[in-house]
Design a protein around this ligand. Structure first.
Ligand code: TRP
Length: 360
């Protein structure tokens, strides 16, 4: 790997219903990324939220909810770039420019487009089809190297990489005298104008399962209500959800992980993350436990202990709407300063707008 710190970029949907899977799988990775990325850039994607039916006033509130959750979880606007997508017009502009190298057929074949357009009761908007192009623009505008997102974003990452490679091949980098330089080896993105980013799938969080149906991922859309632990659930609710978690019918109970034991494995994995320990260490510790009840209580308490301070910070931060807007505005300024440079290069390479002045 290169010694130069990577540019990290991730996008997060504006909702107030973030759950434990989002926390472990994404939000905690964002917080760690602040120390590794140069910069680490996190974007709340309000423009993506307009691709399905939505309520405009609610969208603003949900952006504030999400911003407050991220700050409460430990994002520090001094150490990362945290902003709202709609504040930086470069995303929309780059999205349009990238459509020129995006095959229509590839967009029509995307699973998310097919699923979401099939389930849309209102209009199936063109935005739904272009969703992956906007997502590509989000990342490519910052020439990001790493994109920490879940397994479910695999197709989006593939098409994003494809768009970057096609762009680099179609619009080779030109410098100074107008002498063309090749777009580099497609596939590495070597010295092309745009960086071809890498997908970083979190190892543990990708596995957080629904507590009632542990064969599926924890999710606010596809999961069960009782099996989904929301970050803003009351402590009593969190304890209850863990107490009622589905384990299995092994008698006597067997406190170990395994593909045949998704419920128990999930609880052990969550406890390990909360304690900052390995799942193997947790298994050892549980050797003296009497049954699944001990495990459920231990996980419930550990999650309450982790989330209670987060919730307290959330309430204080969320109450100050102007403070949130100030944070987002400062983040947007930092984001724009980076994206603007890429857009100037892209416009120049594509022959859009006036030629760049020499030395500009
Ligand atoms: N589509 C992503 C999701 O649903 C959100 C997103 C938008 C994103 N733009 C992005 C993620 C850019 C990573 C990079 O979770």
């Amino acid at each position: 790997m290169n010694a130069v710190p990577p540019v990290i970029f991730s996008g997060i949907q504006p909702t107030g219903r973030k759950h434990l899977g989002n926390y472990i799988g994404a939000i905690q990775q964002y917080v760690c990324g602040q120390d590794r990325g140069d910069p680490a850039i996190y974007c709340i994607v309000d423009l993506h939220a307009t691709t399905v039916h939505y309520d405009p006033a609610e969208l603003r509130d949900r952006v504030h909810d999400t911003t407050a959750i991220l700050l409460a979880a430990g994002l520090d606007p001094e150490r990362c770039v945290l902003f709202r997508q709609g504040d930086v017009a470069e995303h929309s502009e780059l999205c349009w420019l990238l459509t020129s190298v995006t095959p229509l057929g590839a967009l029509q074949r995307m699973h998310q487009f097919r699923d979401k357009s099939a389930s849309q009761r209102e209009l199936v908007s063109a935005g739904l089809l272009l969703y992956p192009v906007l997502q590509a623009a989000d990342v490519l505008a910052y020439r990001a190297h790493e994109v920490p997102v879940g397994e479910d974003q695999r197709e989006h990452l593939e098409i994003m990489r494809d768009i970057a490679e096609r762009f680099n091949a179609r619009f080779p980098l030109r410098r100074g005298t107008g002498e063309g330089r090749s777009g580099g080896d497609p596939g590495t993105g070597g010295d092309g104008l745009l960086v071809v980013p890498e997908h970083k799938i979190p190892t543990v969080g990708a596995r957080v399962r629904d507590l009632q149906e542990p064969e599926r991922k924890m999710s606010t859309t596809g999961g069960t209500e009782q099996g989904t632990v929301l970050l803003l659930d009351e402590p009593a609710t969190i304890r209850r959800k863990f107490k009622r978690a589905v384990t299995d019918s092994d008698d006597p109970p067997v406190l170990r992980r395994g593909d045949d034991k998704p419920g128990v494995t999930n609880l052990i994995d969550i406890l390990a993350v909360m304690r900052g320990a390995t799942p193997a260490a947790i298994e050892q510790e549980l050797a003296s436990a009497r049954g699944y009840g001990d495990l459920k209580v231990a996980v419930g308490e550990a999650v309450v202990a982790e989330l209670a301070p987060l919730q307290e910070r959330y309430r204080a931060i969320r109450a100050d709407t102007q403070g949130l807007e100030d944070v987002l505005a400062a983040g947007a300024d930092k984001a724009r300063a980076i994206a603007r440079v890429t857009l100037a290069d892209v416009r120049e390479a594509m022959g859009v707008g006036p030629p760049r002045s020499p030395g500009g």
